[in-house]
Write a protein that binds this ligand. Structure first.
Ligand code: PEP
Ligand code: MN
Length: 355
């Protein structure tokens, strides 16, 4: 159920409707739009009696939402959600593409600072890097844990980048929440509903990666879990799905981008690295992501990928990343988007990385 307020409804009227919804035993989710506020209602088992709300002052319309996802739906909010970050010019879902770059895993101070420098010189506003890694093998590198998050936080200060990093369980989520600007929920955890609910209680935006066998509806329902707990800053991510092909690690489902745009107001970015699995295919897939209308890209980079502790084969070299972004600017222009100018200029003399 969705309550649409009048264009000139006052804040007090909106609050009064929320209060009434609570009295009925449901949860109100006020989502302000460009012209009017909508209040989503969750927690109801059956239909909410529309009459209980439609006569309240300021209410324009009470609408039944028939789709299984409510808060995620365009019915709830017709304008695109733009995710913002306090103290930063970065956005996800606005005209500027959100560029995220960094290594698969945080391995050391030196490695992460090299990657952060390359990200900043390439025009990225976000630094990625996992401190908690969900690995297929229990014997593979599992991430540095909290010391890795400390290195990420230091790189944020040094380069003015926002930090996006993965939480894999309750404990790591509590830590990631403390250190990061954005909480990544990985493909393997897209349907870890307990983790989604916890992320929904955080104040930090959530980057939700599509499970490797998840349908569009399942992805949207996962986002609904996060939003249903009160966190409305969710960014979806297409990172490739399992198909019968064996020429790439996964198959980048570019068609999900326009499909997502039609059904939800949430932004979606593309991860060409985990789709490709191999360095030579990352740049073409990144171009496809921008061309198809994604709101940004998350790309793995490493200064010495042959010795990376995870995903080296799909990591771009720093100069490849910079060259890729230069090319992407042209595609971005055609689709009416921009990419931030590098905050750090390419002058090795100003490098802060210890040699
Ligand atoms: C990652 O971003 O390094 C990662 C593990 O991604 P995914 O969850 O998409 O596999
Ligand atoms: Mn990776």
């Amino acid at each position: 159920m969705l309550v649409l307020m009048n264009v000139n409804a006052t804040d007090e009227q909106t609050q009064a409707v929320c209060k009434r919804v609570e009295e009925l035993g449901y949860r109100p989710h006020p989502l302000p739009g460009a012209t009017r506020c909508a209040i989503g209602i969750t927690g109801n088992k059956g239909a909410v009696e529309a009459d209980m709300l439609s006569e309240l002052p300021g209410v324009a319309e009470v609408i039944a939402v028939t789709k299984p996802y409510k808060l995620v739906s365009r019915d709830m909010k017709s304008e695109d959600t733009v995710v913002r970050f306090e103290g930063s010019a970065a956005t996800v879902g606005g005209p500027e593409l959100a560029m995220m770059a960094g290594p698969c895993s945080v391995e050391s101070h030196d490695q992460l600072f090299r990657a952060a420098e390359a990200a900043a010189r390439g025009g990225a506003r976000f630094l990625r890097g996992g401190a908690f890694k969900p690995r297929t093998s229990p014997y593979a590198f599992q991430g540095m844990g909290e010391p890795g998050l400390e290195i990420m936080a230091a790189a944020r200060e040094a380069f003015g980048l926002l930090v996006v990093t993965e939480a894999i369980d309750h404990e790591s989520l509590a830590l990631v929440d403390q250190y990061a600007d954005m909480i990544q929920i990985g493909a393997r955890n897209m349907q870890n509903f307990a983790l989604l609910k916890l992320a929904g209680r955080s104040k930090k935006p959530v980057l939700l990666k599509r499970g490797m066998a998840a349908t569009l509806d399942e992805l949207l329902m996962a986002a609904e879990y996060v939003m249903s707990e009160g966190n409305y800053n969710v960014v979806l991510c297409e990172r490739g799905i399992r198909t019968f092909t064996d020429h790439t690690r996964n198959t980048l489902d570019v068609s999900i981008v326009p499909a997502v745009k039609r059904l939800t107001h949430l932004p979606i970015i593309v991860d060409p690295s985990h789709a490709a699995g191999k360095r030579d295919k990352v740049i073409p897939l990144a171009r496809a992501g921008v061309a198809v209308g994604a709101d940004g890209l998350i790309v793995e980079i490493h200064h010495d990928p042959d010795h990376a502790l995870s995903d080296g084969a799909q990591s771009l070299y720093p100069d490849q990343y910079a060259a890729m972004v230069r090319d992407l600017r042209k595609i971005a222009e055609i689709v009416g988007r921009t990419i931030a100018e590098p905050q750090l200029k390419s002058d090795p003399a100003t490098s802060v990385v210890s040699k």
